[in-house]
Design a protein around this ligand. Structure first.
Ligand code: DP6
Length: 324
Protein backbone atom coordinates (compact mmCIF):
# COMPACT_ATOMS: atom_id res chain seq x y z
CA UNK A 1 0.00 0.00 0.00
CA UNK A 2 1.23 3.48 -0.87
CA UNK A 3 -0.10 6.99 -1.57
CA UNK A 4 -1.14 7.37 -5.21
CA UNK A 5 -2.32 10.47 -7.07
CA UNK A 6 -4.44 10.14 -10.20
CA UNK A 7 -5.93 12.68 -12.58
CA UNK A 8 -9.15 12.23 -14.55
CA UNK A 9 -10.98 14.60 -16.87
CA UNK A 10 -14.70 15.30 -16.83
CA UNK A 11 -16.73 14.18 -19.80
CA UNK A 12 -19.75 15.77 -21.40
CA UNK A 13 -22.35 13.45 -22.86
CA UNK A 14 -23.47 14.29 -26.39
CA UNK A 15 -25.93 11.38 -26.31
CA UNK A 16 -27.28 11.60 -22.76
CA UNK A 17 -27.65 9.00 -20.06
CA UNK A 18 -30.71 9.68 -17.89
CA UNK A 19 -32.34 6.84 -15.97
CA UNK A 20 -31.24 3.54 -14.52
CA UNK A 21 -32.06 0.08 -15.81
CA UNK A 22 -31.28 -1.26 -12.34
CA UNK A 23 -30.97 1.14 -9.44
CA UNK A 24 -29.16 -1.33 -7.16
CA UNK A 25 -26.45 -2.14 -9.69
CA UNK A 26 -26.38 1.40 -11.13
CA UNK A 27 -26.74 0.32 -14.76
CA UNK A 28 -27.86 2.88 -17.37
CA UNK A 29 -31.24 2.53 -19.09
CA UNK A 30 -30.07 4.18 -22.33
CA UNK A 31 -26.82 4.19 -24.30
CA UNK A 32 -24.65 7.31 -23.98
CA UNK A 33 -21.73 8.81 -25.87
CA UNK A 34 -19.36 11.40 -24.44
CA UNK A 35 -16.33 13.53 -25.10
CA UNK A 36 -13.67 13.67 -22.38
CA UNK A 37 -12.55 17.26 -21.76
CA UNK A 38 -8.97 18.30 -21.23
CA UNK A 39 -9.68 21.51 -19.27
CA UNK A 40 -11.96 19.99 -16.61
CA UNK A 41 -9.74 17.89 -14.37
CA UNK A 42 -9.92 16.30 -10.95
CA UNK A 43 -6.77 15.34 -9.10
CA UNK A 44 -7.19 12.80 -6.30
CA UNK A 45 -4.70 11.36 -3.82
CA UNK A 46 -5.48 8.22 -1.85
CA UNK A 47 -3.24 7.46 1.14
CA UNK A 48 -4.00 4.19 2.96
CA UNK A 49 -3.16 4.54 6.65
CA UNK A 50 -3.58 1.64 9.12
CA UNK A 51 -3.64 4.17 11.99
CA UNK A 52 -6.99 5.66 10.83
CA UNK A 53 -10.29 4.51 12.40
CA UNK A 54 -12.28 5.67 9.41
CA UNK A 55 -11.76 7.08 5.92
CA UNK A 56 -11.12 10.83 5.85
CA UNK A 57 -12.38 12.53 2.70
CA UNK A 58 -11.64 16.13 1.73
CA UNK A 59 -13.00 17.76 -1.42
CA UNK A 60 -11.44 21.04 -2.55
CA UNK A 61 -9.93 21.44 0.92
CA UNK A 62 -13.15 20.97 2.95
CA UNK A 63 -14.34 17.85 4.76
CA UNK A 64 -16.81 15.98 2.54
CA UNK A 65 -20.47 16.02 3.53
CA UNK A 66 -21.99 12.69 4.66
CA UNK A 67 -23.73 12.01 1.36
CA UNK A 68 -20.56 12.71 -0.65
CA UNK A 69 -18.36 10.67 1.68
CA UNK A 70 -20.71 7.66 1.55
CA UNK A 71 -20.12 7.03 -2.15
CA UNK A 72 -16.37 7.48 -1.72
CA UNK A 73 -16.25 5.07 1.22
CA UNK A 74 -18.42 2.64 -0.76
CA UNK A 75 -15.83 2.52 -3.53
CA UNK A 76 -12.95 2.18 -1.05
CA UNK A 77 -14.80 -0.72 0.67
CA UNK A 78 -15.10 -2.49 -2.70
CA UNK A 79 -11.37 -2.01 -3.31
CA UNK A 80 -10.41 -3.19 0.18
CA UNK A 81 -12.55 -6.30 -0.19
CA UNK A 82 -10.89 -7.10 -3.53
CA UNK A 83 -7.40 -6.43 -2.20
CA UNK A 84 -8.03 -8.29 1.06
CA UNK A 85 -6.91 -5.36 3.23
CA UNK A 86 -8.65 -3.34 5.95
CA UNK A 87 -6.61 -0.12 6.25
CA UNK A 88 -8.69 3.05 5.97
CA UNK A 89 -7.48 5.90 3.78
CA UNK A 90 -7.16 9.63 3.47
CA UNK A 91 -8.70 10.87 0.22
CA UNK A 92 -7.92 14.37 -0.99
CA UNK A 93 -9.64 15.46 -4.17
CA UNK A 94 -9.46 18.83 -5.94
CA UNK A 95 -11.29 20.02 -9.03
CA UNK A 96 -9.99 22.52 -11.53
CA UNK A 97 -13.58 23.74 -12.11
CA UNK A 98 -16.76 24.62 -10.16
CA UNK A 99 -18.24 21.52 -8.48
CA UNK A 100 -21.84 20.34 -8.26
CA UNK A 101 -23.05 22.84 -10.81
CA UNK A 102 -23.78 20.39 -13.59
CA UNK A 103 -20.18 20.28 -14.71
CA UNK A 104 -19.91 16.54 -14.19
CA UNK A 105 -17.48 16.80 -11.28
CA UNK A 106 -18.67 13.43 -9.99
CA UNK A 107 -17.57 11.84 -13.28
CA UNK A 108 -13.95 12.98 -13.09
CA UNK A 109 -13.94 12.58 -9.31
CA UNK A 110 -14.98 8.92 -9.21
CA UNK A 111 -12.78 8.06 -12.21
CA UNK A 112 -9.74 9.58 -10.47
CA UNK A 113 -10.71 7.83 -7.22
CA UNK A 114 -11.07 4.45 -8.93
CA UNK A 115 -7.60 4.74 -10.44
CA UNK A 116 -5.80 6.23 -7.41
CA UNK A 117 -7.62 3.98 -4.93
CA UNK A 118 -7.03 0.74 -6.82
CA UNK A 119 -3.31 1.46 -7.19
CA UNK A 120 -2.99 2.63 -3.59
CA UNK A 121 -4.42 -0.71 -2.41
CA UNK A 122 -2.07 -2.62 -4.70
CA UNK A 123 -4.62 -3.69 -7.33
CA UNK A 124 -3.71 -3.63 -11.04
CA UNK A 125 -7.13 -3.27 -12.68
CA UNK A 126 -7.70 -3.05 -16.44
CA UNK A 127 -9.31 0.08 -17.92
CA UNK A 128 -12.54 -1.89 -18.31
CA UNK A 129 -12.49 -2.93 -14.64
CA UNK A 130 -11.75 0.65 -13.57
CA UNK A 131 -14.63 1.87 -15.74
CA UNK A 132 -16.97 -0.65 -14.10
CA UNK A 133 -15.82 0.41 -10.62
CA UNK A 134 -16.30 4.12 -11.43
CA UNK A 135 -19.68 3.42 -13.10
CA UNK A 136 -20.93 1.65 -9.98
CA UNK A 137 -20.35 4.90 -8.04
CA UNK A 138 -21.71 7.24 -10.73
CA UNK A 139 -22.66 6.05 -14.21
CA UNK A 140 -21.09 8.97 -16.08
CA UNK A 141 -17.79 8.34 -14.23
CA UNK A 142 -17.43 5.05 -16.09
CA UNK A 143 -16.82 7.12 -19.24
CA UNK A 144 -14.10 9.35 -17.69
CA UNK A 145 -11.64 6.45 -17.43
CA UNK A 146 -11.15 6.78 -21.19
CA UNK A 147 -9.94 9.73 -23.25
CA UNK A 148 -11.53 11.18 -26.38
CA UNK A 149 -14.87 9.81 -27.60
CA UNK A 150 -16.43 7.18 -25.35
CA UNK A 151 -19.52 4.98 -25.50
CA UNK A 152 -21.47 3.38 -22.65
CA UNK A 153 -24.11 0.97 -24.00
CA UNK A 154 -27.47 0.54 -22.26
CA UNK A 155 -27.24 -1.83 -19.26
CA UNK A 156 -23.45 -2.04 -19.71
CA UNK A 157 -21.08 -2.50 -16.78
CA UNK A 158 -18.22 -0.68 -18.47
CA UNK A 159 -17.69 2.06 -21.04
CA UNK A 160 -15.69 1.53 -24.24
CA UNK A 161 -13.41 3.89 -26.14
CA UNK A 162 -14.91 4.87 -29.51
CA UNK A 163 -12.23 7.13 -30.97
CA UNK A 164 -9.10 8.83 -29.59
CA UNK A 165 -8.97 12.49 -28.60
CA UNK A 166 -7.22 13.51 -31.83
CA UNK A 167 -9.80 11.77 -34.04
CA UNK A 168 -11.60 14.91 -35.07
CA UNK A 169 -10.73 18.62 -34.52
CA UNK A 170 -13.51 19.74 -32.20
CA UNK A 171 -13.65 21.81 -29.03
CA UNK A 172 -16.18 22.57 -26.36
CA UNK A 173 -17.06 25.91 -24.82
CA UNK A 174 -18.79 25.82 -21.44
CA UNK A 175 -20.87 28.90 -20.62
CA UNK A 176 -21.36 29.23 -16.86
CA UNK A 177 -24.74 30.77 -16.22
CA UNK A 178 -25.20 30.62 -12.47
CA UNK A 179 -23.01 30.41 -9.40
CA UNK A 180 -23.67 27.89 -6.62
CA UNK A 181 -24.82 24.33 -6.44
CA UNK A 182 -27.78 22.77 -8.21
CA UNK A 183 -30.97 22.19 -6.19
CA UNK A 184 -31.61 18.59 -7.36
CA UNK A 185 -28.72 16.17 -7.90
CA UNK A 186 -28.67 14.02 -11.03
CA UNK A 187 -29.27 10.72 -9.19
CA UNK A 188 -32.33 12.07 -7.40
CA UNK A 189 -33.53 13.84 -10.56
CA UNK A 190 -33.40 10.79 -12.77
CA UNK A 191 -35.00 8.49 -10.18
CA UNK A 192 -37.89 10.95 -9.82
CA UNK A 193 -38.21 11.26 -13.61
CA UNK A 194 -38.31 7.49 -14.04
CA UNK A 195 -40.79 7.05 -11.21
CA UNK A 196 -43.50 9.44 -12.38
CA UNK A 197 -42.80 11.35 -15.62
CA UNK A 198 -45.21 10.19 -18.35
CA UNK A 199 -42.49 11.13 -20.87
CA UNK A 200 -39.81 8.89 -19.36
CA UNK A 201 -40.84 5.70 -21.22
CA UNK A 202 -40.75 7.69 -24.48
CA UNK A 203 -37.26 8.95 -23.62
CA UNK A 204 -35.98 5.40 -23.00
CA UNK A 205 -37.62 4.17 -26.21
CA UNK A 206 -36.31 6.95 -28.49
CA UNK A 207 -32.92 7.92 -26.99
CA UNK A 208 -31.09 5.00 -28.71
CA UNK A 209 -31.95 6.45 -32.14
CA UNK A 210 -30.23 9.72 -31.30
CA UNK A 211 -27.28 7.80 -29.87
CA UNK A 212 -26.88 5.93 -33.19
CA UNK A 213 -26.97 9.17 -35.21
CA UNK A 214 -24.40 10.79 -32.95
CA UNK A 215 -22.14 7.74 -33.01
CA UNK A 216 -22.25 7.65 -36.82
CA UNK A 217 -21.45 11.36 -36.96
CA UNK A 218 -18.42 10.89 -34.70
CA UNK A 219 -17.11 7.93 -36.69
CA UNK A 220 -17.60 9.86 -39.95
CA UNK A 221 -16.10 13.02 -38.38
CA UNK A 222 -19.21 14.91 -39.46
CA UNK A 223 -20.20 17.56 -36.91
CA UNK A 224 -23.01 18.91 -39.08
CA UNK A 225 -24.63 15.47 -39.29
CA UNK A 226 -24.51 14.78 -35.56
CA UNK A 227 -25.11 18.32 -34.21
CA UNK A 228 -28.93 18.38 -34.39
CA UNK A 229 -29.10 14.96 -32.67
CA UNK A 230 -26.78 16.26 -29.92
CA UNK A 231 -29.19 19.14 -29.22
CA UNK A 232 -32.21 16.82 -29.37
CA UNK A 233 -30.64 14.40 -26.89
CA UNK A 234 -30.34 17.18 -24.30
CA UNK A 235 -33.79 18.62 -25.04
CA UNK A 236 -35.57 15.25 -24.98
CA UNK A 237 -33.86 14.43 -21.67
CA UNK A 238 -34.94 17.76 -20.17
CA UNK A 239 -38.47 17.31 -21.55
CA UNK A 240 -38.73 14.07 -19.57
CA UNK A 241 -37.75 15.99 -16.41
CA UNK A 242 -40.20 18.86 -17.01
CA UNK A 243 -42.98 16.28 -16.86
CA UNK A 244 -41.84 14.82 -13.52
CA UNK A 245 -43.81 15.52 -10.34
CA UNK A 246 -42.58 17.78 -8.83
CA UNK A 247 -41.05 19.08 -12.09
CA UNK A 248 -37.29 19.32 -12.49
CA UNK A 249 -36.20 22.45 -14.31
CA UNK A 250 -32.46 23.13 -14.57
CA UNK A 251 -32.84 25.96 -17.10
CA UNK A 252 -32.17 29.55 -16.10
CA UNK A 253 -33.13 32.53 -18.28
CA UNK A 254 -29.46 32.79 -19.28
CA UNK A 255 -29.50 29.13 -20.39
CA UNK A 256 -32.17 29.98 -22.95
CA UNK A 257 -30.30 33.11 -24.06
CA UNK A 258 -27.13 31.08 -24.67
CA UNK A 259 -29.06 28.49 -26.71
CA UNK A 260 -30.50 31.31 -28.79
CA UNK A 261 -27.00 32.72 -29.37
CA UNK A 262 -25.86 29.28 -30.58
CA UNK A 263 -28.69 29.22 -33.13
CA UNK A 264 -27.63 32.69 -34.31
CA UNK A 265 -24.03 31.55 -34.66
CA UNK A 266 -25.22 28.67 -36.83
CA UNK A 267 -27.29 31.01 -38.96
CA UNK A 268 -24.08 33.01 -39.47
CA UNK A 269 -22.28 29.89 -40.70
CA UNK A 270 -20.47 28.71 -37.54
CA UNK A 271 -20.90 25.03 -36.70
CA UNK A 272 -21.94 25.11 -33.06
CA UNK A 273 -24.35 22.83 -31.15
CA UNK A 274 -25.44 23.05 -27.52
CA UNK A 275 -25.93 20.46 -24.85
CA UNK A 276 -26.91 20.77 -21.19
CA UNK A 277 -26.74 18.50 -18.16
CA UNK A 278 -28.24 18.52 -14.68
CA UNK A 279 -27.50 22.20 -14.20
CA UNK A 280 -28.07 25.56 -15.91
CA UNK A 281 -24.76 25.79 -17.77
CA UNK A 282 -24.59 25.31 -21.52
CA UNK A 283 -21.86 23.35 -23.28
CA UNK A 284 -21.29 24.10 -26.95
CA UNK A 285 -19.59 21.70 -29.32
CA UNK A 286 -17.83 23.35 -32.24
CA UNK A 287 -14.93 22.95 -34.67
CA UNK A 288 -11.61 23.69 -32.98
CA UNK A 289 -10.94 26.53 -35.46
CA UNK A 290 -14.15 28.28 -34.25
CA UNK A 291 -13.54 27.94 -30.52
CA UNK A 292 -12.42 31.54 -29.94
CA UNK A 293 -15.30 33.02 -31.95
CA UNK A 294 -17.81 30.86 -30.07
CA UNK A 295 -16.24 31.68 -26.68
CA UNK A 296 -16.35 35.44 -27.44
CA UNK A 297 -19.97 35.23 -28.59
CA UNK A 298 -21.09 33.32 -25.49
CA UNK A 299 -19.16 35.57 -23.12
CA UNK A 300 -21.06 38.54 -24.58
CA UNK A 301 -24.47 37.04 -23.70
CA UNK A 302 -25.85 39.09 -20.76
CA UNK A 303 -25.77 36.98 -17.60
CA UNK A 304 -22.99 34.62 -18.67
CA UNK A 305 -20.54 34.58 -15.75
CA UNK A 306 -17.59 32.97 -17.47
CA UNK A 307 -16.65 30.65 -20.29
CA UNK A 308 -14.30 27.68 -20.23
CA UNK A 309 -12.90 26.33 -23.47
CA UNK A 310 -11.57 22.85 -23.82
CA UNK A 311 -10.30 20.39 -26.35
CA UNK A 312 -10.72 16.62 -26.10
CA UNK A 313 -8.90 15.18 -23.10
CA UNK A 314 -6.80 12.13 -22.22
CA UNK A 315 -7.66 8.95 -20.36
CA UNK A 316 -7.33 8.96 -16.56
CA UNK A 317 -3.68 8.61 -15.52
CA UNK A 318 -1.49 8.16 -12.47
CA UNK A 319 0.67 11.18 -11.78
CA UNK A 320 4.37 10.50 -12.11
CA UNK A 321 5.79 10.13 -8.61
CA UNK A 322 2.43 8.86 -7.38
CA UNK A 323 2.00 10.78 -4.14
CA UNK A 324 1.42 14.48 -3.57
C1 DP6 B 1 -27.24 14.64 -17.19
O1 DP6 B 1 -23.72 9.89 -13.75
O2 DP6 B 1 -24.26 11.86 -12.26
O3 DP6 B 1 -24.91 14.34 -16.82
O4 DP6 B 1 -25.20 7.46 -11.95
O5 DP6 B 1 -26.79 8.60 -10.46
O6 DP6 B 1 -24.36 9.20 -10.34
P1 DP6 B 1 -25.50 8.71 -11.21
O7 DP6 B 1 -25.76 9.85 -12.29
P2 DP6 B 1 -24.74 10.74 -13.11
O8 DP6 B 1 -25.73 11.31 -14.23
C2 DP6 B 1 -25.27 12.10 -15.28
C3 DP6 B 1 -26.42 12.62 -16.07
C4 DP6 B 1 -26.09 13.65 -17.13
C5 DP6 B 1 -25.98 12.99 -18.50
C6 DP6 B 1 -24.73 12.20 -18.78
O9 DP6 B 1 -23.65 12.52 -18.26
O10 DP6 B 1 -24.84 11.25 -19.58
Amino acid sequence: MKPVTAVACANIALAKYWGKAEIGRNLPAVPSLSLTLDALRTRTTVTPDPALDEDVVTLDGRVARDKEARRVVGMLDTLRARAGVTARARVESANAFPTAAGLASSASGFAALALAGSRAYGLALSEGELSSLARAASVSAGRSIFGGWVVLPARAEQAEPLAPSGHFPVAMVVALTRAGEKPVGSTEGMIRTASNSPYYPAWVEHAPRLFERIKRGVLEKNLEAMGPAVESSALWMHASMFAADPPIVYFSPVTIAVMERVRELRAAGVQAYFTMDAGPHVKVLTQSESVDAVADALRAVPGVLDVIRSGPGPAAFVEPGGAT
